[in-house]
Design a protein around this ligand. Structure first.
Ligand code: GLN
Length: 274
């Protein structure tokens, strides 16, 4: 056993050396998780067990994302279980939920393509108590994880998750189509942060040579998937708004965008040209 304050100081310095941006905050979270307590509970412990925290600290020092080590990540104020099968929910993606709320209409049928943890679909369902949603993912592990998240959030009665290649197996129309598709140009992936490049699934990141491959796939099916007065809200990578807008216009849609907190055009909103 080791004094809690001493453990915190030593973990913080290891994380600092490893290049972690918020070493003290992460040291607290890792130590609390290792002891099976929350942040408040940690304050009550005089001593902690090195054998319990050491493996977690070693993983984080090797730049494994904190969310994979803790097994959870908050999104839109909701708690999500995450695994290496899915992209970790990011604050930027909350811009899409804001864009949906700004539409000013309540969707009845919602589709989320490439649902991952289910964070986008479930956040939207949490805002619209009468809506029903379908989340599709190519990864069976992701679809199962998303279903578990729906259950934990009390949304399982309004959400179905299935495995599929984008919308290939889907019929019918939706009032709202959501997607945070993979959009990083393949050659850029090795240059991303080590947490992303080394640990997050490339199927959730890799947008092909120009980063736009998934938008082309989604836009090919969107005309048949979207209800007459429906809207689609898609996430964008940095600088992609003009290119995706051109693809969307060619597919028969009018577009607007919404910026994230960093000023990046993060969401593109598509409606049918009237
Ligand atoms: N936002 C992620 C990143 O910048 C990429 C997610 C995606 O491709 N949809 O690392």
């Amino acid at each position: 056993m080791i004094a809690t304050a001493e453990a915190l100081a030593s973990i913080t310095s290891r994380l600092t050396e490893a290049g972690i941006e918020e070493p003290r905050r992460e040291a607290r979270l890792l130590l609390a998780a290792a002891q099976g307590v929350n942040a408040a509970g940690l304050l009550l412990l005089d001593e902690v067990d090195r054998a319990r925290f050491e493996p977690l600290v070693a993983r984080r020092a090797a730049r494994e994302p904190l969310a994979y080590i803790l097994g959870r990540k908050e999104f839109w104020g909701l708690n999500f279980t995450v695994s290496p099968a899915t992209l970790i929910p990011r604050p930027d993606t909350e811009t899409l939920v804001e864009a949906v709320l700004a539409l000013g209409t309540a969707p009845a049928r919602v589709l989320d393509l490439g649902t991952g943890t289910g964070c986008l679909l479930l956040a939207v369902l949490s805002e619209f108590p009468a809506a029903f949603g379908v989340g599709v993912d190519i990864s069976p592990e992701a679809a199962a994880l998303a279903a578990g998240n729906a259950q934990a959030l009390g949304l399982a009665g309004r959400a179905a998750f299935c495995v599929g290649d984008w919308a290939a197996a889907l019929d019918g129309t939706f009032d709202l189509v959501l997607s945070n598709p993979p959009y990083i140009p393949g050659a850029d992936i090795p240059h991303l942060m080590p947490e992303v490049a080394g640990f997050e699934p490339s199927s959730a990141l890799d947008g092909g040579a120009d980063g736009l491959a998934a938008y082309r796939k989604i836009l090919a099916d969107l005309p048949r998937l979207l209800a007459e007065n429906g809207a689609a809200v898609l996430e964008l990578g940095v600088g992609q708004a003009p290119d995706v807008a051109v693809l969307a216009e060619r597919a028969g849609f009018t577009t607007t965008t919404r910026a994230d907190l960093g000023g990046v055009e993060r969401a593109i909103i598509l409606t049918r040209c009237k």
